[in-house]
Ligand binder design. Structure first.
Ligand code: DGJ
Length: 346
């Protein structure tokens, strides 16, 4: 009898623990490759992401990956996927503590033909702000489960935290578009960078003034060099692009290139990563680079460490870019803090 009561008490205690809300947590450092929790205590779910800084707040958008990772039947390559859930958004003022703002572009579950149906592919969402229209514009890679559609999808919102209205998809400049990013230059012009021609060649496409379509002006770059995962930034008047090779979800060596003009020509510098596993980009792949607001020469490079057989458990590798003696490097750091970024990193 006594034992039954003790077991009952234990069960009640366990039920109580499970019913407790996840503990809010203060993050004090960036630890690449570890599980990062949001302010609700849940793992941050924003893969292949991009960053927008707007009115003192950072907004991190990414692929919200949940559920089982599957290899479609009859697949001839490693096209592991999860059902499309949507694009998530997190906000932060310190780049350490992230509040979940929700799924800002959700999957469309009731229309199997829709780009955002769970059976499709939705990757690498990036959001830019258009000063003229006051709209937040999202570009993303939308695809069929076998990656044959190779298109860009566009969505708009009046607020950085969504909801975004999906406008549709197309092949920009009549060319395939898979891995992609968007970049706004100082003059307000925006560009889409995308792996095209079956990932062989990287296109740079000037967007229309409203950022919703290609303007028709584009260049072909890194021709037949099979670059993907483009991440673009500008430093001291020069343009830089970090990209990966083309090996599916598996890591390879990153490459950085520089140009005086955003449409090219680009000059390959080499692998910016240094330290252990630098030849495999620390087992990760580039997705975005952004300047830290208010700090000179402080840029953060965002990478994804994909876990192809369990994609929702893919991790984030964020590292500061260093500019020293005319060299650009991304040294490995197991732990670091954005507050410690030097104000004059020279
Ligand atoms: C590599 C790309 O960079 C990822 O975004 C994803 O499309 C995988 N390929 C799919 O294999």
């Amino acid at each position: 009898m006594k034992q039954a009561r003790r077991i009952g008490f234990l069960l009640l205690l366990l039920a109580g623990i499970y019913a407790m809300p996840a503990q809010a947590q203060q993050n004090d450092a960036i630890r690449p490759g570890e599980v990062w929790n949001d302010t609700d205590g849940n793992p941050i779910n924003a893969h292949g992401g991009g960053m927008l800084y707007h009115e003192g707040t950072y907004y991190w958008y990414g692929e919200y990956k949940t559920g089982k990772t599957i290899l479609p039947e009859g697949a001839t390559w490693d096209c592991y996927r999860t059902d499309v859930t949507g694009v998530s958004c997190y906000s932060s003022k310190d780049l350490l503590n992230w509040k979940f703002e929700g799924i800002v572009l959700p999957a469309v579950k009731d229309d199997p033909g829709h780009d955002l149906h769970p059976s499709k592919v939705l990757e690498r969402p990036k959001v830019i702000y258009n000063r003229k229209t006051g709209k937040f514009v999202m570009w993303a890679h939308v695809d069929s489960a076998d990656y044959g559609k190779a298109a860009a999808g566009v969505a708009v919102s009046d607020s950085p935290a969504g909801p975004f209205e999906y406008l549709g998809s197309f092949r920009p400049n009549d060319a395939m578009s898979r891995d992609q990013t968007v970049f706004v230059d100082d003059d307000g012009r925006a560009y889409q960078f995308y792996s095209s021609e079956n990932n062989a060649t990287l296109y740079i496409s000037l967007l229309t003034d409203d950022y919703l379509k290609p303007s028709g002006k584009f260049t072909r770059n890194f021709i037949k060099q099979s670059r993907e995962a483009p991440a673009v930034f500008k430093h001291e008047g020069k343009y830089y692009i970090i990209s990966s090779g083309c090996t599916g979800w598996d890591p390879n060596q990153a490459e950085i290139a520089v140009a005086d003009s955003i449409m090219g020509p680009w000059k390959v510098i080499g692998n910016p990563c240094t330290g252990p596993d630098a030849d495999k980009t620390f087992y990760a792949q580039s997705t975005y680079v952004f300047p830290v607001a208010g700090k000179k020469d402080a840029y953060i490079a965002m990478f994804d460490r994909w876990n192809k057989k369990d994609l929702p458990d893919s991790r984030y590798v964020w590292l500061p870019i260093e500019f020293k003696d005319g060299q650009i490097t991304i040294p490995w750091k197991a732990q670091w803090s954005p507050a410690s970024l030097e104000t004059s990193n020279k």
